[in-house]
Design a protein around this ligand. Structure first.
Ligand code: ZN
Length: 433
């Protein structure tokens, strides 16, 4: 049993249950290349069913990604569910190699090339849903590492309320996008940053405001926005002029990655409202990076309207979460309302050899899916002064507290009070790395 994931209980039973599952279908590479299965008959024979088994098994468990790592004579499979790694068993070298090469072939990559990083994708269908499998092969000392990212094309996280944002913050954010100025959406890499960024765009009232985009929508359907036509090599400055001339209210920009773009955005802050995502570990580091890039604190203070930062947290499984009555003292210490009736946690691991059935919905993990915590920095008068005083991260955080801004931790506690996640999970995500 290669893919005995969650302790293997229930997986060693007669296999008839597994036969009911229609395996994943591979529908061709994303790059549109023709895949010649006939010319690779031996590889197909050795790898196709195994690759299907591996991916089907991962999809059945709602995995976001799968990693195959060569380690000596074997390869180790790790399956990530809601961002958490779970052991996915071991594969023999030949087996692992066949799966790796097969998935490379199916994504239109060069199977003879094993010394450089290759990136591709496969269109797939499973359980009547369409998926995109991102495939990345990376040469390592002992062979090739394979990463498979499983993207559900119809993922539901589309609006700020789907993303778990509370109503007050949603309204504030909407306000920030009404007038000219710069609004940034930040988060660590691989934290669903683009998802929350487009959630913010969807939050803008498209009946009242005209929204133009000049960024890659990554296949998202954004009917409330208009993609702006740009000439090849057109500068951001010119795009801003064009959008403003057409009386657009909001321009959704490319991710903010360079000093040049930051300078242009701030220099034009009076022309239009500009939204951009930016990779940063927290709000204070995002602001410091922006100050460094722009090099003009007064301009940042004048043109920046807000920074939204987000972080992912796993949500408790609704089927098996356990309620407990917290003491009033404890609630006070956490800063939660003392009349919070119940808090929830994941059920304890069943004892060794116990006959207890594991939860069918979450497979005994106790968590199912993820949601986001948010923190919103607004530019108060105090924050304007802080920005112009050559601040460090502590000074920015102190001002945020003074302005009574909701922090990521506080927003996480709101999710705990709502019974959507546990204190244990919050501790895990805020543990210093
Ligand atoms: Zn459960």
């Amino acid at each position: 049993m290669v893919f005995g994931l969650f302790g293997g209980k229930g997986r060693n039973e007669p296999e008839e249950e597994e036969d009911d599952v229609e395996p994943v279908s591979f529908l061709g590479p994303l790059n549109g290349q023709e895949v010649n299965l006939k010319a690779n008959g031996r590889l197909v024979e050795a790898g196709l069913l195994r690759a299907k088994d591996l991916i089907t098994d991962a999809m059945e468990r709602r995995a976001d990604s799968v990693r195959i790592d060569p380690k000596g004579a074997q390869s180790v499979v790790t399956i990530f569910v809601d961002g958490m790694p779970y052991p996915g068993g071991k594969l023999g070298k030949t087996e692992a190699n066949a799966i790796t090469q097969m998935l490379k072939l199916l994504s239109g990559l060069d199977i003879k090339e094993r010394k450089t990083v290759q990136v591709g994708g496969i269109k797939a269908e499973f359980d009547e849903k369409k998926y995109t499998l991102g495939i990345k092969s990376i040469p390592v000392a002992e062979g090739e590492r394979l990463l498979v990212r499983i993207n559900d094309n119809k993922a539901k996280l589309e609006t700020p309320s789907d993303l778990g944002m509370g109503e007050p913050m949603r309204l504030k954010l909407r306000e920030l996008c009404q007038d000219p100025g710069v609004v940034l959406v930040c988060g660590p890499p691989n934290s669903g940053l683009s998802t929350s960024f487009f959630g913010v765009v969807r939050n803008i009232d498209a009946y009242i405001y005209t929204i133009y985009t000049i960024c890659d929508l990554e296949g998202r359907s954004m009917i409330q926005t208009t993609a702006m036509d740009r000439e090849p090599g057109e500068t951001l400055d010119l795009s801003i002029t064009k959008a403003a001339r057409r009386e657009a209210n909001v321009l959704v920009c490319e991710p903010l990655k360079t000093s040049e773009v930051a300078k242009t955005m701030l220099a034009r802050h009076e022309s239009i409202n500009m939204l951009a995502e930016m990779s940063a570990k927290d709000t204070a580091s995002a602001l410091l990076q922006l100050l460094e890039w722009v090099g003009d604190p007064a301009l940042v203070a004048a043109g920046l309207k807000g920074i939204l930062t987000q972080k992912l947290v796993r949500t408790l499984c609704s089927e098996c979460k356990l309620a407990y009555k917290p003491k009033a003292e404890f609630l006070k210490k956490l800063g939660l309302p003392v009349d919070t009736p119940m808090l929830y946690r994941k059920p304890p691991e069943p004892a060794e050899g116990s006959q207890e059935e594991e939860c069918e919905k979450c497979g005994g993990m106790g968590y199912y899916g993820r949601t986001m915590m948010f923190e919103l920095l607004e530019i108060s008068e105090g924050m304007k002064q802080t920005i112009q005083s050559k601040p460090d991260a502590n000074a920015i955080r102190a001002q945020m507290r003074k302005d009574k801004m909701v922090t990521l931790q506080q927003d996480g506690l709101r999710l705990v009070a709502e019974g959507r996640t546990s204190l244990e999970e919050l501790q895990r995500v805020f543990k210093p790395a």
